[in-house]
Design a protein around this ligand. Structure first.
Ligand code: HSE
Length: 324
């Protein structure tokens, strides 16, 4: 039976969730893939995290090259976050013949072409399902099951933290600062939650969605973006009067002349609209294709196990294709 060795960079919220799923669901994963695997090396400095996940300290390192250049490691999970050094480390892993799986939308959106090109040049894979929509398998659907479509629009709620905040402020009347703290404690927010509340995280995700759905890379910094920091309780009450909720909506569409329009902003959504029912850390992604018409994906957009689920799905895809 073929055996794959996995290295994990970072045992934070998502890296930790991934480790737990790989350990707890190993029997079913082995049965479904017909391969064996082990996490053989983890880059982590936080002793509490190492103990909390019951990791054998013997496999923990603080030297990233023990993962990036170790010939025995087949797959690297990069779950550190931030553009650098994560991007350089992913490139180094790919150059050393390892496939890479990452939830790091900031790094992928900043270096989309370079990461894809390097993987191709070295005959390995970079898989990024966890970058958009947490546990929702929207990217795999767009690039595989729906690949026969010309896409005309992608839109939706792409950030769990801000959707959690908007839901708690709107439905429970709680204060912004308290709800943000709550979202941070639950592991939904980025290390610097500015990326969530200013819409930067959504811009990273929309950039990736556009690259995959429309084949056009737009840097996140070029996407007109308004976050939720300017949304007040008065705005929420005024929306309620009109039978609406305020949601942070991302949208990209193909115009009649073939060019793309794209934007991220807080938007009033009528209660009757399906997106009004997407609450707390849940995300929803609508995709319109010229054959399938409208498809909507819904699920948890943040959190250790939902995002870990997407990472483990990508690891399984790599193991299946490389075991052939
Ligand atoms: N901070 C992100 C969110 C994590 O709240 O959606 C998942 O990408």
């Amino acid at each position: 039976m073929k055996k794959f060795n996995i290295g994990i960079l970072g045992l934070g919220t998502v890296g930790g969730g991934t480790y737990d799923i790989l350990r707890d669901n190993k029997d079913i994963i082995m049965e479904r893939t017909g391969v064996d695997y082990a996490v053989t090396r983890i880059l982590e400095i936080n002793e509490k995290a190492i103990a909390a996940h019951g990791v054998d300290p013997a496999i923990v390192t603080q030297n990233v090259d023990e993962i990036l250049t170790d010939p025995s490691i087949d797959i690297v999970v990069e779950s550190l976050g931030g553009i650098e050094p994560s991007s350089s480390w992913m490139l180094k892993a790919l150059e050393n013949g390892k496939s890479v799986v990452t939830p790091n939308k900031a790094a992928v959106a900043a270096n989309f072409d370079k990461l894809q090109k390097t993987a191709k040049e070295h005959g390995v894979q970079i898989r990024i399902e966890a970058c958009v929509g947490g546990g929702i398998p929207a990217l795999t659907a767009i690039t595989e099951a729906l690949a026969g479509n010309k896409f005309t629009e992608v839109m939706g709620i792409l950030n769990g933290t801000t959707n959690y905040i908007m839901t708690k402020m709107g439905d429970e009347g709680l204060a912004y600062a308290d709800v943000l703290k709550d979202a941070q404690e639950k592991g939904f927010a980025e290390a610097d939650p500015t990326a969530d509340v200013e819409g930067i995280d959504v811009a990273n995700k929309l950039s990736i969605l556009m690259a995959l759905a429309f084949g056009k890379y737009v840097p996140p910094t070029e996407i007109p973006t308004v976050g939720i920091t300017g949304v007040t309780m008065d705005d929420i009450a005024a929306a309620k009067e009109k039978g609406c909720k305020i949601k942070l909506i991302a949208r990209a569409a193909v115009k009649e002349d073939g060019s793309l329009e794209y934007e991220i902003k807080p938007t009033e959504i009528p209660y009757s609209h399906p997106l009004a029912g997407v609450n707390y850390e849940f995300n929803a992604i609508y995709v319109t294709g010229n054959a399938v018409d409208e498809v909507m994906f819904y699920g948890k957009g943040a959190g250790a196990l939902p995002t870990g689920s997407a990472i483990v799905g990508d690891i399984i895809s790599i193991m299946r294709s490389e075991a052939k």
